[in-house]
Design a protein around this ligand. Sequence first.
Ligand code: UD1
Length: 424
Amino acid sequence: MDSILVQGGGPLNGQIPIAGAKNACLTLMPATLLSEEPLTLTNAPRLSDIKTMTELLRSLGSEVATMQDGKTLAMSCHGEINTRAEYDIVRKMRASNLVLGPLLAREGVAEVSLPGGCAIGARPMDIHTDGLTLMGADIELRDGYLHAKAQGGRLKGKGAVIGFPFASVGATENIMMAATLAKGTTVINNAAREPEIVDLADCLRKMGAQIDGDGTSTITIQGVDRLGGATHPVVTDRIELGTYMLAPAFCGGEVECLGGRMDLLTSFCEKLDEAGIDVTETDKGLKVKRRTDEIKAINITTEPFPGFPTDLQAQMMAVLCTANGTSVLEEKIFENRFMHAPELVRMGANIDVAGGTATVTGVNKLKGAPVMATDLRASISLILAGLAAEGETKVSRVYHLDRGYEKVVRKLQAVGAQIERISE
Ligand code: UD1
């Protein structure tokens, strides 16, 4: 298994290109199931999660080809398709559940394995299934699979006003895709507002869908009889962007994140400002630099968009380990998302975790140590910590990183980081 070796210390200077968003790409890909015509995605990130979604879509009968540039996915789903998403693939990645809505919309039936829990929490699917039930689907859980069938063979939007108890990203995406081909108009209240949802709606509109209100809490989808093909660029990855913005904040220096946009990370940028980190818009992206040598302690509460993203909480915690004062981080989205804290403590951090709250008292310096990555965002937070620490840090179990950060070693080396991947 591979590990990553980091020698901490120096400032980081230069440019880092930001890839297309993993989470947007993972919801755009299943949209191919909604049409018999080709769907081409450009600016797709090169990640193992994208390979898993490719494998899943192929198992359902879709053609998926990665073009020579590695960033263009050409997909086509004509002819007969298989409506069963097998546990062997679904268990690898929770986002596999995003085929449920499209399969049900296209074929009127779907069998999708329940993904099970993951390192950061239980992650049920009740909001997805309650919404689809309101659209006229009968859904039951048998043998670990959700068996879904649209009454009369087609989902109904007519009269379906779905009020989500929580603005779930995945449920908004699943229902939105399902509703594009439903009979009548579906309204989602308390919908999630993430940029990845706006990106999905943009792509679906290019395919001929009638969607209004994406980016707000109420999305209205008027069902159509068929969708066509489209070519669509995947939106910038705001989580990769936020992660690399924290690198110069933590280590010193100045880094320009190419393709970065402030509107993708408004509340995150406000928090950086409060911590004493300057973010400026350039014609190529965002430039980030500490105002002084000191990072100020700040309090963070994770929330659905436009609040502070849970997917940047681990990385921010790492940075706050050397802030001046005490920071309080509240995790409100997932119940078990502080697994990076004990690893940071092994590097000399002072962190107290009580339920969903972590209290971080800044120390002068972190010290390099062997640490273990437990999930995707935890892995990168440990790499950031290693870059700012004194001495050498070895991060094991880096396969998590390959799920969400393309060319992480090369991108960080290009701004002067001493980092390498080693195979053992
Ligand atoms: C997506 C992102 C993930 C991000 C998360 C929150 C993808 C592929 N993944 O995950 O990176 O961390 O949004 O921004 O886009 N919940 C229920 N019942 C449901 C659905 C969700 O109780 O039916 C709960 C979850 O357990 C969790 C919370 O709602 O506590 C948020 O989940 P959700 O917004 O659905 O996240 P995902 O779409 O799974």
